[in-house]
Design a protein around this ligand. Structure first.
Ligand SMILES: *Cc1c(COP(=O)(O)O)cnc(C)c1O
Length: 300
């Protein structure tokens, strides 16, 4: 078992690629936190783990799909924090576990499966309460949307010199990470979220709802880089991800960060950023998700 390697988080400077556009581009490599459990998810869980300890709870329970980064991260974070972990998984138990679920199980997570039709209401199967006392189980919602998640995500910018940047870009699912970054950003910085969901137009409201009332809310969301929707991809996206890796040496995942880097590249080439802009891209990890792709789709 690898432990979380905060010392490996670093900023990579993208050389040459964007010089013709007179902007500087750096990438904050949260993906280096852990080989499987990389990225923003640990930050989103951090305050929940603290709270679970404070309440003397024995396990953390959460929900997710068979390829969920949140499930993998919860299993690892709980193992590291000496807490049990319980995953309620969408769909019937497959004959062979996905690599994500296998990983989670290897890290000590108890898995319970519920049919897709029943999953919407997030029921907790009775078997869970046969093994656990409800008072000792801390529940985190699917995707980890919420204030506690935002509080944890505020720490992300501590891993770079935040004052260097004019723009900060991050991939957005629930918007919790973006809210943390927006809350921690400096007033003059522009925070831009790249939505990986199709037409999720309430996102701005949902992010704003997580921001502390005292902080300025200078963030925007771009909605045109979803490539068909959540976990959807096109050959153009894969080809971009392969090229970008070749030029920069930085791998990305097809659900979140591939779309982020594509969007940044596209916005730069469209002249969105004024000359002299210094742009920080948050690599929020998620690389384990690429294991669900057919072999050869990505060259890394
Ligand atoms: C979950 C996830 C996100 C989105 O985080 P939210 O806080 O839900 O917006 C971004 N990148 C990766 C790699 C993720 O796993």
């Amino acid at each position: 078992m690898h432990s979380l390697a905060f010392q490996d988080i670093r900023v990579d400077v993208i050389k040459n690629l964007y010089q013709p556009f007179s902007v500087g581009v750096d990438v904050l490599r949260l993906d280096r936190l852990h080989p499987h459990v990389s990225g923003n998810k640990w930050f989103k869980l951090k305050e929940h783990l603290k709270e679970a300890h404070a309440q003397k709870q024995k396990a953390l329970l959460t929900f997710g799909g068979a390829y969920s980064n949140h499930i993998a991260a919860t299993a690892a974070a709980c193992q590291e924090a000496d807490l049990g972990s319980i995953g309620i998984i969408r769909g019937e138990q497959p004959p062979i576990l996905s690599h994500t679920l296998k990983l989670a199980k290897d890290m000590g997570m108890e898995l319970y499966f519920i049919a897709r039709s029943a999953y919407k209401t997030k029921p907790i199967p009775h078997e869970v309460w046969q093994r656990h006392n409800p008072a000792e189980v801390y529940i985190v919602g699917e995707g980890g949307y919420g204030i506690k998640g935002r509080e944890g995500a505020e720490c992300i910018l501590q891993y770079c010199e935040r004052e260097r940047y004019t723009h900060i870009l991050a991939a957005v699912g629930t918007g919790t990470t973006l809210a943390g970054i927006a809350a921690a950003a400096l007033p003059q910085q522009e925070v831009i979220g790249i939505s990986v969901l199709k037409n999720h137009l309430d996102l701005e409201k949902e992010v704003a709802a997580l921001l502390p009332p005292s902080r300025p809310t200078r963030f925007t969301v771009q909605h045109q880089y979803h490539f068909g929707g959540y976990a959807k991809a096109t050959p153009a996206l894969f080809s971009f991800m392969n090229n970008w890796h070749e030029f920069t040496g930085i791998p990305s995942d097809f659900v979140y960060t591939g779309k982020l880097f594509f969007a940044a590249d596209n916005l730069i080439k469209k002249g969105y950023f004024p000359q002299g802009s210094r742009i920080l891209l948050i690599h929020s990890g998620g690389l384990q998700g690429n294991l669900s792709l057919p072999k050869g789709t990505l060259i890394y």
